[in-house]
Design a protein around this ligand. Structure first.
Ligand code: ARG
Ligand code: ZN
Length: 880
């Protein structure tokens, strides 16, 4: 059953108020719901029946205006309760039983460890009670939670706490009231024996808000960073967007079993523990950054998502794209803006570009879906954020703020569309965005082919830009987009020139110029130049597009050294490395050119007192194997790995002294520090260590082992462990095995750290990795019922280890298909996500294509597949 945007109809009934009573138990929970319904004046009259969504519910009773209904007056379907011929306004009471302990899908009410928790987005509420489970039905919820006081001393729901009592039988009842009407997907309850880490925040208008992070008692020493991030995010939203928090309390709960990163339930954010728990000895700098970003993201949803929500799920990017943009900007303000931009673009290119070029390609606002859970994608989130970013850049900070103020004022308390958002930008910005809107509707990554010419007599430089977007499934014609295209022109010394358009009488100050592309072909002529400039294109990555321009190696090296735009300095280095690596793939006995090594050597020399070490570490990071594969017509799995190893080893050998200098200058101080500068030092040092360990001498191996054993912080421990595990035993003996064993013994009881242990082995390039991964499936600490563990072992192998996953005997594909078929009946969302690497089968050689297709076809033949898996597999095979 395909759902189409064009079929949207307003709901026939509205639910103004819902009073829910839960009798909580792990095995069995009873839910009593009292709903105040009325006919929606804005909707057409239907057949007179009321349709309530509901799945996996056991209905015990249904009453309308206090009259228990006889079976003839309603009908129970697999996914709905239909109540026949209802009045225009009435109260409906239902009583249902649900079984949280049997809920392995982790949607609705489920068990994690000893606690009960919920996940309702997108359509999980219908597994809790019968309801109109769609985001344009906004309801005032009040909740009573009754549970055994010993096992569930903490009882949480959305909104404000309005009383607790202990019943005579020893059970406890907690009451919560949420004054803000909300869609059911934002509903949450949590019950458990949890400990709180607490703090307070005073809002701009002076309201004191208690903040609590609830965790399992052994984790209270791992919440500092999350709490710090939360307070910083609350302040930032006040300052940057004028948005204050609006309830009497803000609660966060960390749970071990969670399908995604986290969830913005009103006043009760529920998190994957991975995005809350961190101590310097358990979490890497990347983990810390992830926590900061996700805590902020969920907090920011309070305005962009909760106060203003989505009319339907096609509008998902209304809240997700905007909120990702907000969390990206927040994180940029907390550390290095330039490095943050590089990381975000690297991720966009690694995940969203391939999605846009594959069988699941869809617009930021999709037109149709089979299973909405499949559309929480890099396109909706990350490309959606780029689309908001482009509007922010087109308007400039002041007008963009006017636009968001207007949006918050106009739509507070409503369920709206991306179109409503754009119209606010248009009105407040006094700008025409009619062509820009295509970014929401058109899938695929635009390609900009750039060519130039210089007239030495007139000093005129002409840049010609052709844009085209490759076709995507279901969209065979593509229209030109409005593209903000930031350009700089460099002189021979590397300085920015004034970018003066022909016809302009005065030259602007030297620097970046924002051009607006609208036509399929645009020509810009710049004047006042003494010599041919070197163009710096798409500065700051001003639009989510692919730029092609025939740079020479010398020009790329020049830009890498001189471009005033930090992003483009990094991008030039990347392009240079990609180009060289592809040459090494094509020509296996080609030596690494001296000029390349010299350029890297020059970059290393920049590591002095005032250098940005984090940026330098980014420059030194070679493009990943999968990104290199994306640049080839047919992915050469083995050639890419060989070439990348060859280049890394050449850098390690030929720049040994410079790399050792980096280690010396960037030693870890005794006092641990999470400042951007300290993180930059660690990143740079570990990048250097990685190269040195590609061609290791005994002293370097010893250093690496010492760093692992010192155990000073998880960033350094993992970096050293990875080097030891991946190194050739010829160089390191059994140091890799020993380190793995030591790591396991130290961290066996810390699930998040243990995930790293599983992941590292799954990503190893050693030839026996698949066997090892298969062995780890039998490890007592492995389970298919914890999504983090599944991602750590199976996901890491399939996505993070292209060399071994794509082994030409097809064993990796068979392995993954087997796991997906095991997982699908348990947890379809996780099963479906694991399919991703197989959706890309068309990118490989014929042998691999046939092998992957055979596995996809095998999956598709299985009876009773979930919608989630069915949709991805059938679309991948081109059958939907
Ligand atoms: N809204 C949540 C977040 O951004 C993600 C929820 C994902 N849920 C799902 N069923 N895929 O931040
Ligand atoms: Zn979100």
């Amino acid at each position: 059953p395909v759902i189409h945007l064009k079929d949207y109809r307003p709901p026939e009934f509205l639910i103004d108020r819902a009073a829910l009573h839960f009798d909580l138990g792990l095995e069995e929970t009873a839910v009593h719901a009292e709903l105040d319904l009325r006919r929606n004046p804005a909707a057409k009259r239907g057949d007179g029946d009321l349709y309530l969504d509901g799945e996996h519910l056991e209905l015990l009773e249904v009453a309308l205006d206090d009259r228990t209904l006889p079976p003839a007056e309603y009908e129970i379907r697999e996914d709905a309760l239909v109540v026949h011929r209802v009045p225009d306004r009435f109260r409906l009471r239902t009583r249902v039983l649900i079984r949280p302990a049997d809920n392995t899908a982790l949607e609705g009410l489920y068990v994690s460890g000893d606690m009960l928790c919920t996940q309702c987005e997108a359509e999980g509420f219908r597994r809790i009670t019968y309801f109109i489970d769609r985001p344009d039905v906004m309801t005032r919820f009040s909740v009573a939670l009754a549970a055994d006081a010993e096992r569930f001393p903490v009882l949480l729901a959305n909104g404000n706490p309005v009383g607790e009592e202990t019943l005579e039988d020893g059970r406890k009842v907690a009451r919560w009231d949420d004054p803000f009407p909300k869609p059911s997907y934002l509903f949450a309850v949590v019950a458990g024996d949890l400990a709180a880490v607490s703090d307070r925040f005073t809002t701009l208008s002076g309201r004191e808000v208690p903040l609590n992070i609830y965790v399992e008692p052994e984790n209270t020493d791992k919440c500092d960073h999350a709490m710090r991030s939360l307070k910083a995010a609350m302040r930032w939203d006040e300052e940057r967007y004028g948005r204050e928090y609006d309830l009497d309390v803000f609660n966060i709960v960390a749970v071990s079993h969670f399908n995604m990163g986290a969830m913005e339930n009103k006043g009760l954010n529920v998190f994957n523990a991975k995005y809350i728990l961190a101590r310097p000895d358990t979490a890497t700098d990347m983990d810390f950054a992830g926590i900061e970003g996700v805590v902020a993201h969920e907090y920011f949803h309070n305005w962009t998502g909760n106060r203003i929500t989505c009319r339907d799920w096609f509008q998902l990017s209304l809240k997700e794209g905007f909120t990702v943009y907000r969390d990206q900007e927040f994180s940029a303000d907390q550390s290095s803006r330039g490095v943050k931009r590089i990381e975000d673009v690297r991720m966009l290119r690694a995940r969203q570009f391939p999605e846009d070029a594959g069988p699941m390609a869809h617009p930021v606002r999709p037109d149709s879906y089979i299973e909405i859970n499949n559309f929480y994608t890099a396109t909706v989130y990350e490309k959606g954020a780029e689309v908001v970013r482009m509007q922010a850049n087109l308007l400039g900070p002041e007008r963009f703020r006017k636009g968001t103020d207007l949006y918050f004022e106009r739509f507070d308390g409503q369920a709206v569309t991306t179109e409503d958002f754009v119209r606010c930008m248009e009105e407040a910005g006094d700008i025409d965005l009619s062509q820009f809107r295509r970014w929401y509707a058109q899938a695929g990554t635009p390609v900009l082919e750039c060519a130039d010419s210089f007239d030495a007599h007139t000093g005129a430089y002409t840049l010609e830009i052709r844009q085209h977007t490759p076709t995507t499934p279901g969209q065979s014609t593509k229209l030109p987009l409005q593209i903000p295209f930031a350009v700089g022109l460099l002189d021979a010394a590397g300085a920015d020139l004034p970018v003066q358009l022909d016809g302009e009488t005065e030259a602007p100050a030297p620097g970046t110029r924002m051009l607006a592309l609208r036509e399929a072909v645009e020509r810009f002529t710049f004047v006042g130049l003494d010599a041919e400039p070197v163009p710096s294109l798409l500065r700051g990555f001003s639009a989510p597009v692919i730029v092609r321009y025939p740079y020479t190696d010398a020009q790329l090296t020049f830009l890498m050294a001189h471009d005033s735009d930090g992003f483009n300095r990094w991008d030039a280095a990347q392009s240079l490395s990609v180009r060289l690596l592809l040459e090494l793939v094509a020509e296996s006995d080609k030596p690494v050119p001296e000029a390349y090594i010299e350029a890297v050597g020059r970059a290393l020399k920049q590591d002095d007192a005032d250098a940005d070490q984090a940026l330098l570490a980014e420059v030194l990071t070679l493009p990943s194997e999968s990104y290199l594969g994306d640049q080839m017509t047919v992915v050469d799995v083995d050639g890419i790995h060989r070439a990348r190893e060859q280049l890394a080893a050449a850098i390690g050998e030929q720049l040994r002294d410079a790399l050792l200098g980096v280690l010396e200058r960037n030693q870890e101080p005794v006092e641990y520090d999470l400042s951007p500068a300290a993180m930059g030092r660690r990143a740079l040092r570990n990048a250097a260590l990685g190269y040195l360990m590609r061609a290791p001498t005994p002293d370097i191996v010893e250093r690496c082992r010492a760093q692992f054993e010192a155990g000073h912080n998880m960033t350094d421990v993992i970096a050293a462990l990875r080097c030891l595990v991946d190194a050739d035993p010829e160089h390191v003996g059994d140091a890799g095995e020993q380190a793995l064993t030591a790591f396991y013994q130290r961290w066996a009881e810390d699930p998040l750290v243990l995930d790293k242990w599983f992941g590292l082995q799954a990503q190893s390039s050693r030839p026996d990795t698949l066997e090892r991964v298969e062995g780890l499936l039998e490890h007592p600490k492995f389970t298919l019922t914890n999504p983090n563990r599944v991602r750590a072992l199976i996901g890491a192998f399939a996505v993070g280890n292209p060399l071994r996953f794509h082994a030409v005997d097809g064993a990796g594909y068979r392995f993954l298909a087997d796991r997906i078929l095991e997982l699908d009946p348990l947890n379809p969302q996780i099963a479906s996500r694991l399919l991703y690497p197989m959706t890309r089968w068309r990118r490989y050689d014929e042998i691999r294509q046939a092998l992957i297709r055979a596995q996809l076809e095998r999956i598709l033949e299985v009876e009773g597949l979930s919608n989630d898996v069915y949709e991805v597999v059938s679309k991948s095979l081109g059958q939907e």
